[in-house]
Design a protein around this ligand. Sequence first.
Ligand code: ADP
Length: 247
Amino acid sequence: MFSLRAVAKTFDNGTIALEDISAEIAAGEFVALLGPSGCGKSTLLRLLAGLEDPSAGKIIWDQDRRPVPGDIGFVFQDATLLPWADAAENVFLPLKLRGVTRGEAQQRVTTALTQVGLGDFTHARPKGLSGGMKMRVSIARALVSEPILLLMDEPFAALDEFTRHRLQDDLHDLWRRTGKTIIFVTHSIYEASYLANRILVMSPRPGRIAADLRPNLPEGTSRRGSAAYNALVEQVTDSFKHIMSHE
Ligand code: ADP
């Protein structure tokens, strides 16, 4: 889908957030960007979203096609819903901002809410929704534009563990069903290992890709407790020990 070619980002205050980031990301991959706080994960997402420009290097999109608005969906840690609007209205917002009429959008809004398991909650307001449900609305709002790329910045970090597990299961299923390309920022080794089929392990100061892992865990309900999962967690943990010993 796109190539990162020696991408670097230095901020005006001199902070070198990213240095020499190179990777090829294929359509349909579920990539976890994994690393400790401050290693440049969010900065890399912002570069991909076009919210910032690299200070060196290039992001080359396939067929030279830079994504247009709607091609990229963004989900943050905070669901950031409009409190006075119901779930359907919150999901409609990005389409409304692009001039799509309510009538044209209706089916897409319903589909997006159904995709995240909230088909029965279209008229619920954020006040009446749990933290996990608010995050589901936020994911539906990203999906409603039918993006080719979903960028997620620690979306489950503020949720309790039970809810987080449910949302991880559902996101993984959604990825398998839809084949969307997902770039998911996390500092959790467990979360990256459970969700992704590719893990880019980042090292801090300046942020670089220290390891590029392509786990291939068997699918199924016992994934989280499987021997393959435990072995993967150990492998990723080892790669961190290696990185941190060079800090
Ligand atoms: P992560 O997402 O891995 O926690 P960030 O991408 O947020 O890391 O930040 C990487 C580094 O860049 C940090 O040292 C952070 O303080 C710095 N940084 C991020 N945004 C800015 C900015 N707008 N101006 C200056 N420094 C920044």
